[in-house]
Every structure is written in structure tokens, then in C-alpha cells.
Design a protein around this ligand. Structure first.
Ligand code: PLP
Length: 393
């Protein structure tokens, strides 16, 4: 694949595995095993079965009629919000728990921002009867209290990360520290296409089911498996990578990745990584991240906990640099308005993360017959309090 990872774990200038020496055995084990395990027919069969009967796949490709009328193109929603646990994150969690089992691991750790990846991980650990420890920023635990309760109910231990901004990147640091201390029996389920190689490639492969299904569904519904536009929001970038994956080599398909501008790109309260970031190393890979002149990670901000991350996955950094995908950004207010619009025009309350992708429709112009696919990455139940506070329902 032209835009895929090379044997050294790089996408152009980005990727690799920048890890402390003490993590080397863990990451090296994964690197040596993941392709073998993922291409094993028994693994594939178990993965497919669980995606079908447990997650509820294939997720529908829904032709949004009222949106199509409003925006003057055929707008399709890829309904990852209908998955068990409410977002795309379960696809990756199922894949990694099956991988961990085959590696003989007895203990799972994870980090979470919005709580969606933590819930997905706690869910698959309950499913498999494996111990689960989830690290979560103290502030995110307040913002996403219902998800904390869900994880506990599912039997997971939730550990607050109390350093730095007390959000996702701090939880990631805590999880890495745990993994260094428990190299033999523990698998670290990373929730996005970030981290040292092979994680970005492994997570992208698990999420690529999104575009694999979309191509078939588009062929059935439109007569062509290729749309004009494919759009998704980007935190670390896993739903976007899954949505883009099987379209990457179809150069005529325009890929649009929507970042969180927070209170505005220039406001000092933003998470628009490609606008504000520079090349550097974050959480084990070379990528684009928001950093100060002396290389300190800048605290990101977004109303959406899932997009509140100072970097993007290395493959996204590459797609950005070589101009294969277009990276744009949407503010808090624009996303909240888009969430309201989608609720009232399509009867679907989207996650605020997802609403960022929907909001960008307002800034586009289409030809009448354009087919546009948006990844509806998650449902908005978890965000109800934020919507209530903003709109005063
Ligand atoms: C976590 C999350 C995201 C952001 O993560 P990516 O890895 O960028 O996909 C987007 N949407 C929803 C609903 C999420 O839960």
C-alpha cells in the first residue's frame, strides 16, 4: 500500500518506535507477532464472529435524506454509533483482546479520554474474563462520570491520572509507566492510531472494517464503491483511519479529516494539531504535535474529551504532509450547533466528537450528484450534559 507503513514502522517521515529501553521487549514482541496473528484464519474467524454477533456489524450505511436535501449532495452516515458500547472504539478493543489472549497475557491496561475507549476495553475484558485497569485523567473523570460508572460496573479498576492537565495525555503517561513495570503478563490496549509501531498500523487494520464495509454498501446503494468525499473527525485518528483505509489508494476520493479548533485556532484553547503543531515525538512515535518552542507538549483544549489530544497518529501526519488528506478544523460552538442540527433533522444525537465532522458540511460546496460519506463515530448519550448546559434544555 502506497500510504501504508514500511518495514521499519514508518509512514514517510513519521512513525517508528521511540520508547524507553525498558519497553523494548513488550513492543518487540508485538512487532514480531501482530501480522502473524492477524492473518491467522482462526483469529480472523473469531474476530469476524464477535464483530457480527457481539458488536452488531456490519454497521449500516444510512442515506441521510434531509441532510442530502439541505447540502445538495448524497450524504451517507456510516453508523458506528450503533455499535455495542456506542462508538467505533469496540472494533479495536475486540481485535486487541483476541491478540492479547493469543500472546498469553493475563492483565489488560488502557488509557481513556472520553471514557469510550475505557468502556470498550472494560467490556471486552469482561467478555473474556481478564483483569482490566483503566487510567483516566481526573478532569475527564468528572466530565465523563457516566462512563466511569460503566467501567466500574463492568468490573474494571479506574485509576485517576492527577499530573499535568489531568486529561488524556497524562493518562497515557500513567499507562506507559504501568506497562514498564509489568512487561511480561500485561497487554496495553491503545485506543487510537497512536503510540510506537506496531500500534498505529495494528489499530488501523482493526478499524479498517469501517471502510471495507462502506465500499460494499456504497456499491449496493449507489452503483459505485467510490464516493467523491469521505469525512471523519480526528482525535488520535482511529475512526478517520478506519474510514479512510480502503480508500487511500483511490486517489480520486477526497479525504477530509476534521480536528477540534476548541475556542478557535488562535485562541490559545485549541486542539487543531495540524494548524498549531510541528514535527516531534509524542507517546512513542514521530508525528505532528502541539509543542512550545523548547519542545514541551502544549496543553490542548476541546469541549470534546475524545478530540482533546495534542497530537495525531503518524499515518495522519504523513497523509497531511503529502496532501493525500485535507485537514480542517471546527470550533466548540460550531460542533454543538451541528450536533443539534443532526438531532433535529435526522433524529440522531451524535457524540460531540462526531459533530465536528458533521459541522464541516456547512463549509463545503458540492455538485448535485456527489456522494459523501461521513463516519458517525459515536452516539451522544455520554455528552447529554454538555448539550444541556450549552442549549439550556
Ligand atoms: C474517541 C472518539 C473519537 C476520537 O478518537 P479517534 O481515534 O480520533 O477516532 C471520535 N469519536 C468518538 C465517538 C470517540 O469516542
Amino acid at each position: 500500500m502506497k500510504y501504508g507503513v514500511n518495514e521499519q514502522g514508518y509512514y514517510g517521515d513519521f512513525g517508528g518506535a521511540y520508547i524507553p529501553e525498558m519497553l523494548y521487549p513488550n513492543v518487540e514482541e508485538l512487532r514480531q507477532e501482530y501480522i502473524k496473528i492477524l492473518s491467522d484464519p482462526e483469529f480472523k474467524a473469531e474476530f469476524d464472529q464477535l464483530l457480527k454477533d457481539y458488536v452488531g456489524r456490519p454497521s449500516p450505511l444510512y442515506h441521510a435524506k434531509r441532510y442530502s436535501e439541505k447540502y445538495g449532495a448524497n450524504i451517507f452516515f456510516k453508523r458506528e454509533d450503533l455499535n455495542h458500547t456506542g462508538s467505533h472504539k469496540i472494533n479495536n478493543a475486540i481485535g486487541q483482546i483476541l491478540l492479547a489472549k493469543r500472546l498469553g497475557k493475563k492483565r489488560i491496561i488502557a488509557e481513556t479520554g472520553a471514557g469510550q475507549h475505557g468502556v470498550a476495553t472494560a467490556t471486552v475484558c469482561a467478555l473474556m474474563g481478564i483483569e482490566c485497569i483503566v487510567y483516566m485523567g481526573e478532569i475527564d473523570m468528572e466530565r465523563q462520570a457516566p462512563n466511569v460508572a460503566r467501567m466500574k460496573m463492568l468490573g474494571a479498576t479506574v485509576v485517576p491520572a492527577t499530573s499535568g492537565s489531568k486529561t488524556l495525555k497524562d493518562a497515557t503517561n500513567e499507562a506507559l509507566r504501568d506497562w514498564i513495570g509489568n512487561p511480561v503478563d500485561t497487554h496495553y490496549i491503545i485506543g487510537s492510531v497512536v503510540g510506537p509501531y506496531p500500534y498505529p498500523d495494528m489499530v488501523a487494520r482493526f478499524q479498517s472494517i469501517i471502510s471495507e464495509e462502506t465500499k460494499k454498501q456504497l456499491l449496493e446503494q449507489t452503483g459505485s464503491e467510490l464516493p467523491q468525499y469521505v469525512m471523519a473527525c480526528v482525535g488520535g485518528g482511529s475512526n478517520a483511519m478506519g474510514m479512510f483505509y480502503h480508500f487511500l489508494d483511490d486517489e480520486e476520493v477526497k479525504l477530509i479529516a476534521v480536528e477540534a479548533a476548541g475556542k478557535g485556532v488562535d485562541s490559545g484553547h485549541s486542539a487543531a494539531t495540524t494548524f498549531l503543531g510541528r514535527e516531534g515525538v509524542l507517546h512513542g512515535s514521530r508525528t505532528i504535535l502541539m509543542q512550545s518552542d523548547d519542545g514541551q507538549v502544549v496543553e490542548p483544549y476541546s469541549i470534546s474529551a475524545g478530540l482533546d489530544y495534542p497530537g495525531i497518529g503518524p499515518q495522519h501526519a504523513h497523509l497531511f504532509k503529502v496532501n493525500r488528506a485535507q485537514y480542517v478544523s471546527i470550533t466548540d460552538d460550531e460542533s454543538l450547533n451541528a450536533g443539534l442540527l443532526c438531532s433535529q433533522m435526522e433524529g440522531i444525537i451524535p457524540a460531540i466528537e462526531t459533530a465536528h465532522a458533521l459541522a464541516y458540511l456547512e463549509k463545503m460546496t458540492f455538485e448535485k450528484n456527489d456522494n459523501v460519506v461521513i463516519c458517525l463515530s459515536g452516539r451522544g448519550d455520554k455528552d447529554l450534559n454538555t448539550y444541556i448546559k450549552h442549549f439550556g434544555f
